[in-house]
Design a binder for this molecule. Structure first.
Ligand code: PLP
Length: 294
């Protein structure tokens, strides 16, 4: 990836009232090493992140991403981020994005082993070209996430509702999906309830209603799913948050994986069964997701 910009952030407390945060930012060479070897994000994946889509220099849904960063920090017992400071850092990164699609990453790590403070930084880079998958879609397989739907409440230390840096399992699921001849995976709980994809939320149209699993601890609340539901509701199309048993997913008449950078990828096959693409709706949804959104 051709990194365009990297900025180290000296995190301040949420109650810090300064008018601008310039003196807490340090631009670094995006192509050179910048982290300490004692960094816990690299040693243990102990930290949280956000990926913000950027269209022609406009960062999309910044507030929703900052809110989720704060939520993840709370779940992980990390210091609460100062959202004004992060918003200013996002604006600086966005100014380096230029035309086309880019991605800004926000990272807040536990810091350096035995060090005094968390480490925080932000990067900007061009996004991959997802035009083809937005139009032609992805084949998915369902994969057992290995826990039942009561686990998020029973074992909060699994940090299931947080967007942590520990994505090795998510990446392994995508490799397994590819081994099975698909492009991506949908995690299901061991008691057969649909969860989310390794890097996206799921929206399915079942009996004419656009449904998505409720973000009640076991999955992330997707910023793109929230935007997509707001748009669908504006079109007078019905939406609902509810449990989706895996068998029900197999009788959906359309489904999408939605996320901040890939946007809406229609699903063309689930566990080997073909699923038709609603090309018109998918194109209109992606046009909306590509328009500037705050
Ligand atoms: N679920 C997981 C596990 C993800 O990693 C992501 C995005 O990376 C999403 C859902 C979708 O979130 P968003 O729409 O905010 O990108």
């Amino acid at each position: 990836m051709a990194w365009r910009y990297a900025l180290m952030i000296d995190p301040v407390a949420p109650q810090d009232s300064r008018a601008d945060f310039a003196e807490t930012f340090f631009t670094v060479d995006a192509t050179a090493p910048a982290l300490s070897v004692g960094e816990l994000s690299t040693q243990r994946g102990d930290g949280i992140f956000e990926s913000v889509g950027v269209i022609d220099g406009h960062p999309q849904e910044v507030q929703a991403h900052l809110d989720r960063l704060a939520h993840s920090a709370e779940i992980c017992d990390l210091p609460a981020p100062h959202l004004g400071q992060w918003r200013e850092a996002v604006a600086l990164a966005a100014a380096h994005c230029g035309a086309g699609e880019s991605v800004i990453k926000l990272i807040l790590s536990r810091g350096v082993d035995h060090g005094p403070a968390p480490t925080a930084w932000i990067t900007a880079a061009p996004a991959a070209d997802f035009a083809n998958v937005r139009q032609h879609g992805v084949r998915v397989v369902t994969l057992d996430r290995g826990y039942d739907s009561s686990v998020p409440a029973r074992a909060p230390w699994l940090l299931l509702g947080a967007k942590t840096l520990s994505y090795a399992v998510n990446m392994a699921a995508i490799r397994e999906a590819k081994r099975r001849g698909a492009d991506d995976a949908i995690f299901v709980s061991s008691d057969g309830v649909v969860l989310e994809a390794p890097t996206a939320s799921l929206i399915a149209r079942i009996d004419g209603v656009f449904v998505t699993p409720a973000p009640t601890g076991g999955i992330l609340q997707g910023t793109t799913q929230l935007s997509a539901f707001a748009w669908l509701e504006e079109q007078n199309l019905p939406t609902a948050y509810r449990d989706i048993p895996t068998e029900e997913l197999h009788r959906a008449d359309a489904a999408w994986l939605v996320s901040s950078v890939r946007l809406a990828a229609p699903i063309t096959e689930i566990d080997g069964t073909r699923l038709a693409i609603d090309a018109g709706l998918t194109a209109r949804l992606n046009d909306y997701l590509l328009s500037p959104r705050d």
